[in-house]
Design a protein around this ligand. Structure first.
Ligand SMILES: [Fe+2]
Length: 284
């Protein structure tokens, strides 16, 4: 027999939305109280105090950081598009699927991440902005470009990662992201909200501070990318993403507990990635 939990976590489309609306109706008054109760501060602090940032002191170090981080920039879009697939209608013929407020939240973030405005005013996804920034500072874009070509030609993510001989740390990080993509919606949303949108602004503030040194014009596209995230994620995306988790988990303690585990797993995956980049830079 289907439980309320299953209908929230695995249902998609209209039926999931109806379940969600009933839950929100029951628990609307306490949503604000539960929205930020996840116990993740220890991991956030470890990430924000990571020794990686103080190692981003030279051009070579930042290039090495970008060459690894670009895979996280890429897989973020898959988390987001998975949310869009589940909570909006992306098929033809279109039907009004799901909760309109959730649809609006997700589509707003998709607009900003998949089709933002670049420094010249031209539209670009955040991956394309990042690739431009990498090229401008002479970072090696060949692995990520060839990875994307492999995907375009129909190979799986695992095959594409193997093709470019991606470091184990990168494959592990992307693998953990894709597990969220295939998992229950409240866990996917929690990984998105707490492992990405909420974490990125304070993390990138530290990277920008380190970039104060290489003041050459070549670093402007990267600064723009970081600054854009600091502003949009902090002011718009993180609050929307937390609201999505709150609506999906409603007053169900079990769902909140699973969302917390997903958020923690997402932060742990980031820690492992940062440990790898930091060690790579330290050993030159
Ligand atoms: Fe964002």
């Amino acid at each position: 027999m289907a439980t309320g939990r299953t209908s929230f976590s695995e249902g998609t489309g209209v039926s999931a939305s109806l379940g969600l609306d009933r839950a929100v109706g029951r628990s609307g008054a306490i949503l604000g109280a539960v929205a930020n109760r996840l116990d993740i501060e220890d991991l956030k602090q470890r990430l924000l105090r990571h020794d990686l940032y103080e190692r981003l002191t030279g051009v070579g170090a930042v290039r090495a950081f970008m060459e690894v981080h670009v895979f996280a920039v890429w897989d973020f879009l898959s988390l987001l598009k998975a949310l869009q697939q589940r909570f909006t209608c992306v098929e033809v013929p279109w039907i009004p699927r799901g909760d309109p407020e959730i649809r609006r939240m997700i589509n707003q973030i998709v607009l900003d991440e998949e089709s933002d405005v670049g420094p010249s005013g031209a539209a670009a996804s955040h991956l394309e902005l990042y690739l431009d920034a990498m090229r401008t500072v002479g970072a090696n874009v060949r692995p990520i470009e060839s990875f994307l070509k492999e995907l375009e030609s129909g190979n799986s993510v695992e095959e594409a990662l193997a093709h470019v001989a991606a470091p184990v740390a990168v494959s592990d990080f992307v693998g953990s992201t894709l597990r969220f993509v295939g998992g229950p919606s409240h866990e996917l949303a929690a990984a998105f909200a707490y492992g990405r949108e909420e974490l990125i602004p304070p993390m990138f503030v530290q990277v920008v501070a380190q970039l104060a040194e290489p003041s050459a014009e070549a670093w402007e596209p990267f600064r723009y990318y970081l600054q854009r995230h600091i502003e949009r994620d902090d002011e718009v995306h993180a609050p929307l993403a937390r609201k999505l988790v709150a609506r999906l988990c409603a007053s169900d303690a079990q769902l909140w507990s699973e969302a917390q585990a997903a958020a923690r797993a997402s932060l742990q995956a980031r820690l492992a990635l940062w440990d790898y980049v930091s060690a790579t830079i330290a050993t030159g």
